[in-house]
Design a protein around this ligand. Structure first.
Ligand code: ZN
Length: 362
């Protein structure tokens, strides 16, 4: 009986040694891969694909961890090890397609970082484009405008982004955004219009010493304007509002009048179509100085250029910026945007359109 028991014991030992030899070595490798951070299932696959040495040498890649059981393509192993992981549907097949198109790992990392998956879905439908990632480096890049940037390229990425964010790649007065609620930073140009019904909520009459006729502004703007006007008048400059709030219907008749008088090419650059006039916001005011026919020659003009921002006003259509504003220089047209925005615009020497493209566009 003792002999028989010994024999059984030996057989068990032999079987254990046999199992350790067969399975122990792979198991040891899988544990090494798991200790790098990979899941057990991924580690098993990595070991069976014979890529464990490379994987263990590299730092843990969540991308490889996720992709190894689905969408893995052996020729992209080096890329998977370099690619940052992003959690969206079809991540694996999307990056394979980007790699197929010729995008590098660093380009794909930027594409994933800067874009929604719907835009990436668009990118994979197009050919490789060396400009594409360049746009994404800029702070004011908007992913939904990517293909508009690519189409509009002016030779300068940042300039392209600013111009497209403003809407300058589009035909004027078409496909415009509609702005229908009041705020001191509301923006209108030939691509952003007010609804026909829009009326600023609290229009107030500008005090008679600061207006040449009965003119109204939204309360925030009126208060700031009267303060600025009083300060200027105390310095001897009779600056006054000569046109401020204008309703949709009034703008329509202004437009028609000028159209009849001067024709369509004049109104195109000088008069806004109804709905597109900043005067309808209740935040814009045309000014004059008593005794001066040409406002740009008056002391008020010079004073306003240097000081209006302190009251929250900006020169809305500056000289030489009509390619951005799409309006000719209007030395008399001031816009209330509040002191913070006006100061930023003054300090950076930009137009309100550019401010919009950088900080306001959704
Ligand atoms: Zn005006």
């Amino acid at each position: 009986m003792v002999v028989r028991r010994l024999k059984v014991k030996n057989i068990i030992i032999l079987v254990v040694i046999f199992l350790v030899l067969i399975f122990g070595y792979p198991f040891f490798n899988i544990i090494r891969v798991v200790s790098c951070g990979y899941s057990f299932g991924s580690a098993y696959k990595i070991n069976s694909l014979n890529i464990k040495d490379k994987v263990i040498e590299s730092k843990y890649s969540k991308t490889l961890d996720k992709i190894i059981n689905k969408d893995y393509n052996f020729k992209y192993l080096d890329n998977y090890l370099e690619l940052d992981y992003y959690d969206y549907d079809d991540f694996g097949s999307m990056i394979n397609k980007l790699l197929d198109l010729g995008y590098s790992s660093s380009e794909i990392n930027i594409i994933n970082k800067m874009n929604s998956s719907s835009v990436i879905g668009e990118i994979i439908k197009h050919d490789y484009d060396r400009h594409l990632v360049k746009y994404m480096d800029y702070e004011f890049y908007k992913d939904e405008y990517l293909y508009r940037y690519l189409e509009y390229y002016t030779g300068d990425y940042k300039e392209t982004i600013i111009k497209v964010n403003i809407g300058l790649d589009m035909e004027v007065y078409t496909d415009s955004n509609v702005v229908s609620s009041y705020s001191i930073d509301m923006f209108t140009n030939k691509h952003n219009r007010l609804s026909d019904e829009y009326v600023p909520s609290d229009l107030v009459l500008i005090k008679s010493s600061c207006a040449s006729s009965s003119e109204y502004l939204a309360k925030d703007a009126a208060v700031a304007f009267e303060k600025m006007c009083s300060d200027m008048q105390s310095e001897g400059m009779l600056m006054m509002a000569r046109a401020a709030y204008r309703s949709f219907d009034e703008q329509q008749s202004t437009y028609d009048t000028y159209l009849n008088l001067y024709g369509s090419s004049y109104v195109k650059t000088h008069v806004a179509l109804a709905g597109y006039s900043e005067h309808q916001t209740g935040l814009a005011v045309d000014v004059m100085q008593v005794g001066y026919n040409t406002f740009a020659n008056s002391p008020s003009y010079k004073w306003l250029i240097e000081n209006s921002y302190k009251y929250g006003f900006i020169l809305r259509y500056p000289n030489g910026d009509d390619d951005i504003t799409q309006f000719q220089y209007e030395p008399w047209h001031y816009r209330y945007v509040g002191v913070d925005i006006a100061t930023k615009i003054y300090e950076e020497g930009i137009t309100f359109d550019e401010y919009y493209a950088m900080y306001l566009v959704k």
